[in-house]
Write a protein that binds this ligand. Structure first.
Ligand SMILES: [Zn+2]
Length: 431
C-alpha cells in the first residue's frame, strides 16, 4: 500500500511524468480541478540553435478529463512557454507539448479523447449525451471524436477484400432554408455488412473516383455489384467493375412496387371521390392493410381488405396494383436460379398489359429495363452473395446523427459506427 502523499496523488491522477501542483475544489457541484505541470526530465534545448532554453512564462490550459470519483474533472495544465536566450536566433518562443496528457489543440485530455471516441463511435451514442457525461460542451467532444476517429477510419487495413460491393444513395442532411436534401453514396461490402466509405453526391463521378483509387487487384475480386435501379450507379459499375455481375437490390424493387400501389390508391381515391383520403373513405381505411404482406393477413383482415376494395375501387385498379406488389415480393420467395429471368420477364410483361393502371405499366417497364440485374439476385443468392446483414447496416447508418452539416465529420462518424474500424487500435492512434 502506498502512503506517501505525493505518490498517492500521482497514482490517483494516473498520468506519467507529471507533478501535481494542487487541487481546486470551488463547489461540491462543480468539477474538481487538478493543477499539474510536467516533470522536467531533460534539459530543453532550442530547436533552432541548440542553446539551453529558458522558461518565458506559463500558459495554463483547462482540459476536460474523465470524471473522478463521481465528479466531473478538469485538468489545469500549466504549460511552460520556452524561449531561446540567443538574441540572434529566429526560433523565438514555443510551448511545451505532452501527448500523454493531451493532443495539441484539443480541449480534452488524451484519455478522455479516446473514451469519447469509443462512446460515440462504437456505441453510437450522441455527442450531446457524452458531453453531458463529462460536463463539457458539444464541440469539445465532437472535435476529439473527429481527431481520433479519423485515424481509425482512414486505416488502410479497415478495407479488406470484397466479393460483393453495393452502392446506395443515403440522405446526409437537409440543409438551408428550404431543407434541401443533400445526398451521399454509401459504398458497402454487401457480404460482410460493412460500410466501406461514403462519398458526397449520388452521381456517378464520386463513386467512380473512389473505385479508381483502389488497386486493380482489389477491384478484380469483386464478383457481385449491387445497386438500386439507378442509372448513375450502373454506369459506375460498367466503367469500373466491368466483370462483376450487377444485381438489383430486392429491397428497392419491393419498395418501388409499394410506391406504385400507393400512387394508384391515391389517384383512384381522387377520381372516385374527388378529394384526398378521409377517415371514412374505404381506400383510406385500406391503406395499412394494403401494405401488409399477403401471408401476414389473417382471415378477418383479408375479408376486410376485400370489402374495402369492393367499395372503393370500382375499376379494380388498386386490386391489380396490390397483386403486382405481391407478385414482386413473390419473385424473391423462390430460389430457382434458372427460372428467375423467365419469371421477371413474365411478370414485367403482365404489368405492361394495356388494361393495367399506368403506374403499374411503368413499373413493368422499369423491370424490363433492369431484367438481368433483377434476375441476377437469384444467382447471387445461390453463390452466397448479398446477405441479410444489410438491414442492420442500414439501421446503423441511419442512427448516426442527421443534422451534422459537415460532410467530413459525418463521414467519420458514420464510418466509426458502421465501417467496422479496428477498435483495438484506438489506444495507439495519434490524432
Ligand atoms: Zn535558439
Amino acid at each position: 500500500m502506498e502512503s506517501d502523499a505525493t505518490r498517492m496523488c500521482q497514482l490517483l491522477v494516473g498520468l506519467p511524468a507529471v507533478t501535481i501542483l494542487g487541487v481546486i475544489d470551488e463547489h461540491p457541484d462543480a468539477a474538481i480541478v487538478v493543477a499539474i505541470e510536467t516533470a522536467l526530465e531533460h534539459v530543453e534545448r532550442c530547436r533552432g540553435c541548440g542553446t539551453r532554453a529558458r522558461i518565458k512564462d506559463r500558459d495554463p490550459v483547462l482540459l476536460t478529463d474523465l470524471p473522478a470519483f463521481g465528479r466531473p474533472a478538469r485538468l489545469l495544465w500549466r504549460k511552460r512557454r520556452w524561449h531561446c536566450p540567443e538574441p540572434t536566433c529566429p526560433a523565438g518562443s514555443w510551448t511545451e507539448t505532452a501527448r500523454a496528457i493531451a493532443a495539441p489543440r484539443l480541449g480534452l485530455t488524451d484519455r478522455a479523447g479516446r473514451w469519447v471516441t469509443f462512446q460515440v463511435g462504437a456505441h453510437g451514442r450522441t455527442v450531446a449525451e457524452v458531453a453531458a457525461d463529462l460536463g463539457c460542451d458539444w464541440h469539445t467532444v465532437n472535435r476529439a471524436v473527429i481527431a481520433y476517429g479519423a485515424r481509425l477510419v482512414d486505416d488502410p487495413a479497415r478495407i479488406g477484400s470484397v466479393t460483393a460491393l453495393g452502392l446506395d444513395e443515403t440522405l446526409f442532411v437537409k440543409r438551408g432554408k428550404w431543407r434541401r436534401k443533400q445526398w451521399s453514396t454509401s459504398i458497402v461490402d454487401v457480404g460482410a455488412g460493412q460500410l466501406l466509405d461514403v462519398v458526397e453526391g449520388r452521381e456517378a463521378a464520386p463513386a467512380t473516383r473512389w473505385l479508381a483509387e483502389r488497386t486493380p487487384a482489389w477491384r478484380e475480386q469483386i464478383k457481385w455489384a449491387t445497386l438500386d435501379m439507378s442509372g448513375p450507379y450502373r454506369s459506375v459499375f460498367d466503367t469500373m467493375l466491368p466483370d462483376a455481375v450487377q444485381v438489383a437490390d430486392p429491397f428497392h424493387l419491393v419498395r418501388l412496387a409499394g410506391q406504385k400501389l400507393d400512387e394508384v390508391r391515391r389517384r383512384v381515391q381522387n377520381e372516385t371521390l374527388g378529394h384526398r383520403g378521409r377517415k371514412a373513405d374505404p381506400l383510406y381505411r385500406a391503406r395499412k392493410l394494403l401494405v401488409i404482406a399477403q401471408e401476414r393477413l389473417d382471415e378477418r383482415s383479408k375479408g376486410k381488405l376485400t370489402g374495402l376494395l369492393k367499395a372503393g375501387d370500382p375499376k379494380g385498379e388498386v386490386t391489380v396494383a396490390w397483386h403486382a406488389k405481391e407478385a414482386v415480393r413473390e419473385l424473391y420467395a423462390h430460389r430457382d436460379e434458372q427460372l428467375a429471368l423467365e419469371w421477371v420477364d413474365q411478370l414485367s410483361e403482365d404489368m405492361r398489359w394495356r388494361d393495367c393502371p399506368p403506374e403499374i405499366r411503368q413499373l413493368g417497364r422499369t423491370m424490363r429495363k433492369w431484367r438481368t440485374q433483377i434476375a441476377a439476385w437469384h444467382q447471387a443468392q445461390v453463390s452466397n452473395g448479398p446477405t441479410e446483414t444489410m438491414n442492420g447496416l442500414a439501421k446503423r447508418i441511419k442512427r448516426v446523427a442527421f443534422g451534422l452539416r459537415n460532410f467530413v465529420h459525418w463521414r467519420i462518424r458514420v464510418l466509426l459506427y458502421a465501417g467496422k474500424p479496428d477498435w483495438t487500435k484506438l489506444p495507439t492512434v495519434t490524432p
